[in-house]
Design a protein around this ligand. Structure first.
Ligand code: SAM
Ligand code: SF4
Length: 353
């Protein structure tokens, strides 16, 4: 692609008008390393203009490795006999929050499988207890598909944000990644319900999931443009032992970074994490994601005796700078690239969009 063509495409990304499929296609096909580097440079410039050189931190608490679902890609799927199961109690979750608050964290992220024993009512009870003890902190949930009534109960209990990746915007591809009991239609309905309830909503997809084509990614980007999520999580697919995709190839680190940059350019104020999946595939994945436009990291606060059991894919990184126990390592990594940890709540800032 010529420089003029690239500049034209960049203008389209910055314009409020819908970005046509052709433009996304051309950007995704960009293979020239110099042009990809230029995109990363521009993306981090946009991130710095919005957030400075601070990287928001969220305390990640993995509350259960039980799941009633059977997503083909995920190590926690219910039929995976190799999966090790645990669920945290309310007190254990509160202890994690206390530990995180003690270190200055202002967002707790409760993530887990769709565990039937962690019902809407039970979880609402836990959220209410966190809210009572920490009135000013943000509570983010990532516990899958629930009914409108369930989401509403959790919102009333005090949850502010919800992460639910759409995974793929193509219905046929969705059915290749999920069992027949799950549908793209329901996933999108959940996302709409969450928005209607006033949650700050996060969505996103895996990069390089089995069967994914460039056309699917174009559809993903166009869906995100319609959804306008406040948070966008993308990470490479990584095979998980004991799943139907255990022998598949992992997604590409470079393509993930390209997508991070494209998302930053299109959604300047979105909260985009440097994901654990990227850090798992690549030693300096966190730094590279931030230099490509990401602005959030989620250190792991799951109790150490459970942490390796939350094995959504193989060799998932939960130590070093991914771990709450080694925040200094994260600070050091960020410092080396001229960034620092920002402990503030890091809400989505609509006004400046
Ligand atoms: N159960 C909730 C849900 O599905 O939204 C939250 C937990 S789920 C493990 C969180 C995310 O992990 C999913 O949205 C999916 O994108 C990601 N994930 C699952 N298996 C993965 C894999 N093999 N490689 C990369 N990411 C994966
Ligand atoms: Fe369960 Fe989420 Fe894994 Fe699907 S991706 S099996 S819903 S934990």
């Amino acid at each position: 692609m010529g420089e003029k063509d690239l500049d034209n495409l960049l203008k389209q990304l910055a314009s409020p008008a819908k970005v046509p499929a052709d433009a996304w296609r051309a950007l995704l096909a960009m293979s020239d390393a110099g042009q990809r580097a230029k995109l990363a440079f521009l993306a981090r410039d946009v991130a710095q203009a919005c957030f400075g050189k601070g990287v928001f931190v969220r305390a990640l608490i993995e509350i259960s490795s039980h799941c009633r679902n059977n997503c083909n890609y995920c190590g926690l799927r219910c039929s995976n006999r190799l999966a090790k199961r645990y669920r945290l109690t309310k007190e254990e979750i509160l202890d994690c929050c206390r530990q995180a608050a003690g270190l200055g964290f202002n967002t707790f992220v409760l993530q887990g499988g769709e565990d039937p024993q962690q019902s809407d009512e039970w979880l609402a009870h836990v959220v209410a207890a966190i809210r009572a003890e920490f009135p000013s902190k943000a509570i983010t949930l990532s516990v899958g598909e629930r009914s409108m009534a369930g989401y509403s109960l959790l919102r009333s209990a005090g949850a502010n944000r919800y992460l639910l990746r759409h995974e793929t915007a193509n219905a046929v591809h969705y059915s290749q990644l999920h069992p027949v009991s799950m549908s793209l239609e329901n996933r999108l309905r959940c996302l709409e319900n969450l928005k209607a309830l006033g949650y700050q909503v996060g969505s996103g997809m895996m990069v390089g999931s089995p069967g994914q084509t460039v056309e699917h990614l174009v559809e993903d980007l166009m869906l995100l443009d319609r959804l306008q999520p406040q948070m966008i999580g993308i990470g490479p697919f990584i095979p998980a032992a004991g799943t139907p995709f255990e022998g598949e190839r992992p997604g590409s680190v470079d393509d993930t970074l390209l997508l991070v940059s494209l998302l930053r350019l299109r959604f300047p104020r979105a909260l985009i994490p440097a994901t654990t999946a990227l850090a798992t595939l690549c030693e300096d994945g966190t730094q590279r994601a931030i230099l490509a436009g990401a602005n959030v990291v989620m250190p792991n606060f799951t109790p150490l005796h459970c942490r390796t059991k939350y094995s959504i894919y193989d060799n998932k990184k939960s130590s070093g700078s991914e771990s709450a126990q080694q925040l200094d390592l994260l600070a050091e990594k960020l410092d080396k690239i001229g960034y620092h940890v920002d402990f503030s709540r890091g809400d989505y800032n609509e006004a400046e969009r």
